[in-house]
Ligand binder design. Structure first.
Ligand code: BJW
Ligand code: ZN
Length: 263
């Protein structure tokens, strides 16, 4: 494995000519992102020492059981996270992925951006056709009849409990995927296809602890892809990486992409 350590100055990153050439000429590239890519925007991750799961129990807040036991607590937790998401902006890591998408589109190559994030920061940066594996925190639907529910956080941030469904009176919930719930079928299918067909697979800012998303880099690797991990910390799948860029994505991705674009 080729490990590149974090350096204070992006100009000090060193990437091999072989890696840069592979990225320049790749015809199929897939990217999986996790909470780490939004960390430099000010959105908390889940499993870092000060992450969300250091203060809250996942099964109480990110499961249907937890919601049914204490709907107001779960709703308020999402309202607090919506307040953060509403106030933050994409960072250079997000913008580098926009540049990559434009480059590969101009080359007639395939580029698939798959995210576990619910914050919509990729879309805010300008990424197109983002595959959302775990839904999003912006939309809502009825926990009973599944009808979408129109609620906009910014229009009524003081909503302290789950609104009621206009059709069946059920409790409205955020349109995210909780533990024990199926991922959206289309999104998972698109992600699996991209992982198994790509030449290069990036795993960026994810601990790779949560399945089935964590299986995608390994699926790509099994099918012969070059697996590049961008993460300042080692993860559950670091040992399988062909290239590890051990640095924050907001620095590493712009540095990498600048080097790829330099002829
Ligand atoms: C930086 C950085 C910087 C910091 N730059 N990097 C197979 C095996 C074992 C278990 C299972 C399995 N299949 C299914 C399961 C069960 C379960 C699961 O995986 N459990 C594991 C925890 C063991 N999976 C599910 O339940 C999934 N559903 C499913 O499989 O359905 C089929 C089924 C149903 C019923 C029965 C059986 C099968 C659903 C998973 C839903 C996950 N939901 C959450 C919450 C979403 C809503 C919300 O946001 O509130 O999704 S949990 C949470 O974890 C969130 C994230 O998307 C997800 C992944 O976290 P992520 O993004 O990796 O964040 P962190 O914090 O873990 O890592 C951040 C990383 O960033 C770190 O590595 C840092 O180092 C790094 N970092 N700063 C770059 N600047
Ligand atoms: Zn309903």
């Amino acid at each position: 494995m080729n490990t590149l350590s974090h350096r204070a100055q992006t100009s000090e990153y060193r990437f091999s000519a072989e890696l840069l050439n592979t990225l320049r000429t790749a015809k199929r590239v897939a990217v999986l992102t996790g909470a780490g890519i939004s960390a430099e925007s000010g959105v908390a991750t889940f499993r870092d020492p000060n992450g969300l799961w250091s203060k809250f129990r996942p099964e109480e807040l990110a499961s249907m059981d937890g919601f049914l036991k204490n709907p107001n607590l779960v709703w308020e937790w999402y309202q607090a996270r919506r307040e953060v998401v509403d106030s933050v902006k994409p960072n250079p890591g997000h913008f580098s992925l926009v540049e990559m998408q434009k480059y590969y589109a101009a080359e007639g190559s395939e580029f698939t951006l798959i995210t576990q994030n619910v914050d919509r920061l990729h879309q805010a940066a300008g990424s197109q056709n983002v595959v959302e594996l775990h839904g999003n925190i912006i939309e809502n639907y009825c926990s009973r009849c599944k009808e979408p529910h129109e609620y906009v956080y910014a229009a009524n941030p003081a909503q302290k409990e789950p609104p009621r469904c206009a059709y069946c009176g059920g409790m409205v919930r955020p349109a995210v995927v909780w533990f024990g719930e199926m991922l959206p079928v289309d999104a998972l299918e698109t992600a699996s296809e991209a992982a198994s067909a790509c030449e290069v697979f990036f795993s960026i800012g994810t601990s790779a602890e949560v399945y089935p998303a964590a299986g995608l880099p390994l699926e790509a690797k099994r099918n012969g892809a070059l697996f590049i991990e961008v993460n300042p910390n080692e993860t559950a799948i670091s040992r399988y990486a062909d290239v590890r860029i051990s640095a924050p994505s907001g620095e590493a991705l712009p540095a990498l992409w600048e080097a790829v674009m330099k002829k």
